[in-house]
Write a protein that binds this ligand. Structure first.
Ligand SMILES: [Zn+2]
Length: 253
């Protein structure tokens, strides 16, 4: 059976943006792996990095990323996909980005992590040999998402890529920033519809990221409502030639 690899910047992005599709592929017998890039634990965080942990209601000495990796394992199991992969890169607040606005204000000149990411992605693609890659478009402009897009392109994957629209950034502003809009201009739109079972799996998987739900959505009930607004469809841009058939219901618009 074919295999798919979802490259998630943070512990939650792939599920929020493409969880229904991942459950749909797994349900059709595909091997599906989710690899999260910025999932390294950082001991004794300081400044803005520490604030990002404290504002989730966690004490300073908690291993914040270990909790989130556990949430990610639970999410993968709700989707019915393989045990997730966690790459040991540090999130932007540990790389010199000093405030929430800075996370969305373009790359720092000293943030060269793209090169390391591209190396790691080349290895991952070589080892997993996915037939299909799913990855972010960096809608919203978060610097970590932008670096993931740049590094995936630098790693020159041989498989087709379905670039997802980054939820919830897609709905947070009427016109979210899309710093890489030009990059995807040549890629046709592609939408994947899934059934209510996959919709339920996605909702359960999203809810598993308990440390993030309050901050991102205001609470579990609001998350549920927002997901209902999205419906049982996810929209992508397709780059490269799809050498495998996607399961029924998946289709170009
Ligand atoms: Zn993210």
């Amino acid at each position: 059976m074919p295999t798919a690899l979802a490259v998630s910047p943070h512990l939650d992005d792939a599920v929020f943006s493409a969880g229904g599709t991942l459950a749909h592929l797994a349900g059709a017998g595909w091997g599906v792996t989710m690899a999260t890039v910025f999932s390294a634990s950082v001991r004794q965080p300081k400044g803005f990095a520490l604030a990002c942990q404290l504002d989730k209601g966690l004490p300073a000495d908690a291993d914040y990323m270990a909790l989130r990796r556990d949430e990610d394992r639970a999410a993968a199991s709700h989707l019915g996909i393989d045990e997730p992969v966690h790459l040991p890169f540090r999130e932007a607040p540990h790389r010199g980005y000093g405030s929430a606005p800075e996370l969305f204000a373009g790359l720092r000149p000293d943030d060269r992590i793209e090169l390391n990411l591209a190396d790691a992605f080349e290895t991952l693609f070589r080892e997993l040999r996915p037939d299909l890659i799913l990855a972010p478009q960096a809608v919203g402009g978060h610097v970590d998402h932008v670096q993931v897009v740049r590094a995936i392109r630098a790693a020159r994957p041989s498989a087709a890529v379905l670039w997802w629209r980054d939820y919830p950034y897609t709905v947070r502003h009427a016109e979210p920033q899309e710093p890489l809009r030009q990059t995807f201009a040549h890629c046709p739109g592609y939408e994947i519809r899934f059934d209510s079972t996959c919709e339920d799996r996605k909702a359960a998987a999203c809810a598993a990221y308990t440390t993030q739900i309050g901050f991102q959505f205001g609470g579990a009930a609001q998350l549920e409502e927002r997901l209902r607004d999205e419906g049982a469809v996810e929209r992508f841009r397709l780059e490269g030639r799809l050498d495998v058939d996607l399961p029924p219901d998946a289709r170009r618009p």
